[in-house]
Structures are given as C-alpha cells and as structure tokens.
Design a protein around this ligand. Structure first.
Ligand code: NAG
Ligand code: NAG
Ligand code: NAG
Length: 360
C-alpha cells in the first residue's frame, strides 16, 4: 500500500516537473510584459474600462456601483461617482469627448445573475471634473451625472459601445436576454436592435451569459462584433445599419471555438479591436488573454494560463488613447483578481494592468 502510493507520488511529481518546464519554455509572449498599474482592495471586481485621451483610465466595478479614475503616471485612483440604488457598474464608453455612458444595475457575484428591473444607462459628463483639481485648488471635483434611460426588460446590461457614424446611438448588450439594444443618448429611447441566436446564452450552462463584449470598428461602421461567453460561435460579426444599429444580414462566424476553454464559465468575456485587424480577448476565469485575426480567425495565446496569476480574472481590455499609449500599443486590462474561480490561480484585489503590445 505504502509502496504503491509512493509510486503514485513519484509519477505525480514527474508529471508536474515536466508540466512546469513545458510552461516555462512556452510561456506566452505577453507574460513578461504585463505590469500592474493599480490594485484595488480584495473582493473588488473591476468589470470594464475606458482609457482617456489625457492618459488616465476610467474603471467600473461590478461589486460596487462605482466608477474610478486611475492615473497610470502616479498609480493612484480617485472615485468619480457612486450610482444610487444599484450594486454594479458594467460597460462604459466615451461617446463624445469627455462624455461617458455607463450600464448600471444589479448583478450578483454569488449567483452570477442580473436583476430584472434594476438596469439603466447613465451619463457621466467629465468636463468640469477635468477643470478643477480638488487637491490643489481646494475645489471639489465635479462630475455631472444624469440617467439616460431605464431599460426595465434588461436582465444583465453588460457590454456597451457607440456607433462611429452616429456616436450618440449606443449599443448595449444584454448578456441575460441575449440581445443588443440600440439606445439614443438624447431622447433616452431604446429598442431591441439585434436578437440573433448567436447572442443567446447556452441553455445547458448554469449561467445566463450569452453576448458579452461588443465593439464596432470606425473603419467598418456596418458591422458589430460580439463575443458569446458560453456558447459557440465565440466571435462573430453582424452586418448592421451604421446609423441605427439594426441587423441587416446573417451573422458571419470569425472564431467558432477555442481549445483552451477549461470550465463552464466560458472563453470570452470582453475584447478590444486594434487597427491591424485583430481582436484581443479576455477570458475569465480561464485566465488567458488571446488574440484572433478578424480575417482568418487564427488565434494565439498572448498572456496567462488557467492556473497562472499573471492576468488572472481578466474581464475586459481597451487600447490606451494617450499619446504615449498609442506609441506603445498599450493595452489596458482590468481584472476581478480571480474572484470568479478562486481555485484556479488564487485571489487578489481586482487590478488595472498594462501590456505594451508593440513589444510583443
Ligand atoms: C487579500 O487576500 C489574500 C488572499 O486570500 C490574503 O493573503 C491577503 O492578506 C488579503 N489582503 C487583505 C488586505 O485582506
Ligand atoms: C438593486 O440593488 C439595490 C441596492 O441594494 C436595491 O435597493 C434595489 O432594490 C435592487 N433592485 C432590484 C430590482 O433588485
Ligand atoms: C453549451 O455548453 C455545454 C456545456 O458546457 C457544451 O458542452 C456545449 O458545447 C455548449 N454549446 C455550444 C453551442 O457552445
């Protein structure tokens, strides 16, 4: 008996030693380039982000109804706004200079479900915020806040983007209902623009998480790109009317599936599109940043691995828009620190991470 378990121990040790050397020799190229910009306290799940032209980065939290501004130059964070009567802030987009829209409502990190009746889209106007400096000027920073619309039917308003041709038209992904609403910032009117089967959640999965991140490339205003967290195909593009966002033709599949999905939570949370024709995709809690070619569908792991803390719990990413960011091809990534699957890579506070993709 004892001899047998010693043998078992020996072979386990051998397997993990070889797994380790494999991991070392084939660590994804981004692992060495990842830098922590800021780390929130434990149990803080950062969900989305909007890098600003001034080099700062707005970050939303799903564990609190809050938007923070992080200054990568000083590694400090400042609370911009806490929304009332809600638990979570999710998708955020700058639809006009210094004007941001944010999805706000209730999503539970214990049941992984959204609450119908809690969701709305809010407006944050940061023009006055940027003019006064609370610390030096003795004047409180000011942010002008208003609710653009309530979306009473929404189950989980998650990804948010704006149409390049008509930026005051927002597209909001409902991960629970599996559809995308088109919403006008000025009138607050909204309607379901896309309800394709590709956006629905996977009926055999325990969580309602279909369409998650959504993006439109300014160079291709007639397509919206969604990812689906729990169901194939993972990454598609949908032909749309560039003015109102309505679907015009059938879905085109870019990536049907990925080989490294490790559990029921899925291989795609949110993603960023670059100017060279790639989607950079965060997969939480698979703990991997991967990249897909929009033209061939070829995929490549850029950073992380399931049991690695390097980018653990990565929920979203966006390219920086400050001058230095653009030069470096700097990708900002937010994380929940591993909260969604603590067993995989441990848990730390949610983070803002940078990855200079020009060095890959
Ligand atoms: C955060 O969580 C980690 C892992 O559980 C723990 O080691 C650390 O002490 C915690 N930090 C704080 C400030 O509670
Ligand atoms: C959302 O959460 C807030 C804060 O806990 C609560 O006051 C509100 O009733 C919730 N709304 C719904 C529809 O669950
Ligand atoms: C739905 O989820 C199940 C369980 O994870 C998986 O086996 C199946 O492939 C998924 N279906 C699609 C279409 O992705």
């Amino acid at each position: 008996m004892r001899f047998q378990s010693a043998l078992v121990m020996l072979s386990i040790a051998r397997i993990s030693a070889s797994a380790l050397s494999f991991a070392r020799s084939s660590a994804p190229p981004g692992d060495a380039l990842v830098q922590t910009v800021y780390q929130f306290p434990n149990n803080t799940w950062a969900e989305n982000l909007a890098p600003r032209a001034n080099g700062k980065v707005l970050v939303t939290l799903i564990t609190k109804p809050e938007v923070w501004e992080i200054d990568p130059a000083t590694h400090t964070a400042e609370l911009v706004y806490e929304f009332p009567n809600a638990l979570s802030a999710c998708g955020i987009v700058e639809y006009a200079p210094n004007m941001f829209a944010v999805n706000v409502g209730n999503w539970s990190t214990t049941t992984f479900a959204g609450a119908v009746g809690s969701w709305g889209v809010w407006n944050l106007d940061l023009q006055a915020w940027d003019k006064c400096d609370g610390l030096r000027g003795g004047v409180d920073r000011r942010v002008t806040v208003s609710k653009i619309a309530e979306v009473p039917e929404a189950i989980f308003l998650n990804g948010l983007t704006s149409l390049p041709r008509t930026p005051t038209t927002l597209m909001a992904a409902d991960s629970g209902a599996g559809k995308i609403y088109s919403l006008d910032v000025n009138s607050g009117l909204y309607h379901t623009a896309i309800a394709d089967a590709a956006l629905k959640s996977n009926a055999s999965s325990p969580f309602e998480l279909g369409v998650n991140g959504i993006n439109v490339r300014p160079s291709e205003p007639g397509y919206i790109y969604p990812v689906n967290s729990l169901k194939r195909p993972r990454l598609v593009r949908i032909p749309i009317d560039p003015i109102n966002g309505g679907q015009t033709r059938p879905v085109e599949v870019i990536v049907d599936d990925v080989p490294f999905e490790t559990n029921l939570y899925g291989a795609a949370d949110d993603f960023a599109l670059d100017n060279s024709g790639y989607a950079w995709i965060t997969s939480d809690p698979t703990n991997i940043l991967w990249r897909a070619s929009l033209s061939t569908g070829d995929i490549k792991v850029i950073a992380g691995s399931t049991n690695s803390p390097v980018v653990a719990g990565l929920t979203s990413c966006r390219f920086g828009s400050g001058e230095a960011d653009v030069r470096a091809g700097r990708l900002y990534i937010v994380t929940n620190g591993g909260m969604a699957d603590p067993a995989a890579a441990g848990v730390v506070g949610g983070r803002l991470i940078s990855l200079d993709t020009s060095e890959l």
